[in-house]
Design a protein around this ligand. Structure first.
Ligand code: H2U
Ligand code: ZN
Length: 357
């Protein structure tokens, strides 16, 4: 049957298809009522100072390997001191029946979003967030000169393995196109060949003004994807044909900067905590030839189901397929209701008594 926008999707257990990965996800919406005596996450907010003398990422401080950060006043990018990939790794390969391996060259960098130890994307002014968008774009093109795949991402919060509370992201650039990149390359290429249109532009058109949309602007759509796996997963999609971050003009970057600050603020408001997530950009691989099947988008993968209960990808998920407990439509409704406005001041300690509101 076709999806009738005036009728909700049955709440019976069902599977939804992810056209970007070609995988299915099991949706069992009633399971959220189940009792939970398992692990609870410590999510109490800790207020942070504007500058932490012991932080490896604050301006002017020494890093773990002794290098000293400059007194930067906007964004700051440096080569990861503990990089997972190196530009000059020897090249070799093993091909022995079922045993195959190949060395991999790459570059890993760290991006500090701001000199302020306490100022994350959810609390930044859009003008500051715009600087982060700009650095993502210039770094991507710079690394794209020598690498096929450029992965921009942010791990936010201890729960997602962030090693330092100073707001920062990473870029890993690799010579090979990795699993997610090659899957999305294939599915988007096939859709363009079959329909003549980019997959995610078709998707954005189908979702527009619908029950899974969190926010839409002229240039961007933020949606809990129909096939979301993580409880409050979102997808940020450019609404005009766009292959890479550097293709975005000034107005679309400004629009994105505002939208990202609002999205992170919504996440924080949902449970009243600094919401942990991994987010990252998927952009066309840096290979010669047309890339018009690719549509620039970001995935936000937050792990929390409730304020102190995380979603574990275990059991059935590891052995069979992914499963979710709340419907994408419910999650979208809750994110839409959350407030998207955060003032810069609220990033730090509460205002002293008697201060104007
Ligand atoms: P995560 O918080 O997402 O782990 O990113 C921080 C990165 O910063 C991490 O990859 C690097 C770590 O290797 N880092 C340095 O390069 N130098 C330091 O002094 C501290 C951390
Ligand atoms: Zn810091």
């Amino acid at each position: 049957m076709r999806l009738d926008p005036s009728r909700s999707i049955p709440s019976d257990p069902h599977r939804r298809f992810n056209p970007l990965t070609g995988e299915w996800v099991l949706v069992s919406a009633g399971r959220r009522q189940r009792p939970w005596l398992g692990r609870a996450e410590a999510t109490a907010g800790r207020s942070r100072p504007e500058f932490d003398p012991g932080c490896y990422l604050c301006p002017g401080n020494a890093r773990a390997n002794g290098a000293v950060n400059p007194a930067y006043d906007a964004t700051f990018v440096f080569d990861n001191d503990f990089a997972a990939l190196h530009p000059s790794t020897d090249q070799w390969s093993i091909d022995d029946g079922l045993l195959r391996a190949a060395s991999e060259r790459g570059t890993c960098r760290v991006i500090c979003f701001s000199p302020r130890h306490d100022l994350d994307l959810g609390h930044m002014d859009p003008a500051d967030a715009r600087r982060v968008v700009d650095v993502w774009a210039t770094q991507s093109d710079e690394l794209g000169r020598d690498h096929r795949w450029v992965q921009v991402f942010e791990n936010r919060g201890e729960l997602m393995g962030a090693s330092n509370p100073h707001p920062h992201g990473q870029i890993w650039a690799a010579t090979s196109i990795p699993r997610e990149g090659s899957r999305e390359d294939e599915t988007q290429r096939r859709h363009l060949t079959l329909t003549g249109r980019p997959l995610l532009l078709d998707y954005a058109r189908q979702e527009s003004a619908g029950p899974r949309v969190i926010e839409e602007t002229e240039a961007w759509l933020v949606v809990v994807p129909f096939w979301a796996t993580w409880p409050f997963e979102t997808l940020v999609v450019a609404r005009q044909p766009t292959q890479r971050l550097s293709d975005l003009d000034g107005p679309r970057r400004d629009d994105l900067a505002g939208l990202l600050t609002r999205l992170v603020a919504r996440y924080d408001d949902l449970f009243g905590i600094a919401f942990p997530y991994s987010m990252g950009w998927h952009q066309a691989p840096y290979v010669p030839g047309p890339a018009d099947h690719w549509q620039l988008h970001a995935h936000f993968f937050p792990p929390l189901l409730r304020s102190t209960v995380r979603k574990f990808m275990v059991g059935y998920e590891l052995l069979s397929e992914a499963q979710r407990d709340i419907s994408a439509e419910d999650a979208a409704e809750r994110l839409r209701r959350a407030t998207a406005r955060r003032s810069r001041e609220r990033a730090t300690a509460p205002a002293p008594e008697g201060a104007p509101a």
